[in-house]
Design a protein around this ligand. Structure first.
Ligand code: GCU
Length: 307
């Protein structure tokens, strides 16, 4: 029997069958195979190792080895990351991948250096949309006064507040019950999360406004990275990149399935008119000045990358 030299943990807050979790299993299998069984990565899905903020803190002390987290959860301590979650930054998914897979994306992965973390790859998380418990959001006015759950990120708070709603920061696993008990009137997330966390059961109005495209990050704790022999570093990076290709394929399938499932369950899907979408976009423009004034050159490069 092969005896691993390293047995390492991997935190994932999505359920077992979710694309990012399946990507993590693929990653772990590839690493095991290519290190000849010397590095075994044990994936814990469903948030059992804790919610994202605490996972990140534990990684910074070497308590958890690997994780897949949303970019929003590192942006408060790495302000440059805010660039990549600016509302309506990309025209579509292709534009975002053009950026993330090129030099700009590589440069952003390096911004985690010095924070106790090493970034390995990007995973897809599609576009985020608003959803609500009591009434459909069809116009900007419908957002006014709503209490909307956001991730623990200043920019995500600002996005919601720019629309006249109140932002309620909260961990992902608390959203269902907060929607159910009326602590919040709505939230925002991509189709697969809305579906797999069953938020559609308690917030049946889904408004496709696509305000942000926030990618996922695959991370390793810097303490763990330093413990691993250098010969494994390139193997691990390569396996992370390959697992990302796999995750993106699963993601594309999952978006379609999730949409079909929630429509079948009787949810009302609202497509904003072009005019209304332009109003949402307009309302969020000040966020660029507020959070990214030091990075306007990068923002221009990103906009120009849309070919
Ligand atoms: C997405 C993302 C999660 C994140 C969640 C959130 O679902 O994949 O990692 O926790 O958004 O809204 O908190």
């Amino acid at each position: 029997m092969l005896v691993p030299e390293f047995v390492l943990t991997y935190a994932e807050n999505q359920p077992e069958d979710y694309p990012t979790t399946q990507g993590a299993y693929r990653f772990a299998a590839l690493v095991y195979e290519r290190t000849g069984g010397k590095v075994e990565i044990q994936v814990s899905a469903g948030g059992i190792l804790g919610e994202e903020q605490s996972t990140i803190e534990q990684m910074q002390f070497g308590g958890i080895d690997f994780a897949r987290v949303s970019l929003s959860s590192v942006s408060d301590f790495i302000p440059k990351m805010n660039v990549l979650q600016m509302p309506y930054l990309y025209t579509d998914a292709e534009h975002m991948w053009q950026v993330l897979e090129g030099d700009i994306g590589d440069e952003f992965l390096k911004t985690l250096d010095g924070h106790g973390l090493v970034a390995l790859s990007w995973y897809d998380a599609g576009a985020r949309n608003f959803y609500s418990t009591a009434k459909p959001v069809e116009t900007l006015e419908d957002m006014r006064g709503m209490r909307v759950r956001v991730q623990e990120s200043e920019v995500m708070k600002a996005v919601v507040e720019a629309l006249g709603a109140s932002a309620v920061p909260m961990a992902y696993d608390e959203v269902y019950s907060a929607l159910e008990t009326g602590v919040i009137d709505g939230a925002e997330n991509n189709w697969p999360s809305y579906d797999s966390m069953r938020h559609y059961e308690v917030a049946p109005y889904y408004t496709v406004d696509e305000h942000t495209r926030v990618p996922e990050l695959q991370l390793v704790s810097e303490a763990t990275w330093k413990k691993l022999p250098a010969e494994y570093h390139e193997i691990i990076r390569q396996c992370a990149r390959e697992s990302a290709v796999y995750e993106r394929k699963l993601w594309a399938e999952r978006i379609r399935e999730a949409e079909e499932r929630v429509r079948r369950a009787g949810c009302q899907v609202i497509e904003l008119t072009l005019e209304e979408k332009a109003r949402f976009r307009e309302a969020m423009i000040p966020i660029y000045g507020e959070y990214c004034s030091d990075y306007m050159d990068i923002i221009e490069k990103i906009i120009d990358a849309d070919k």
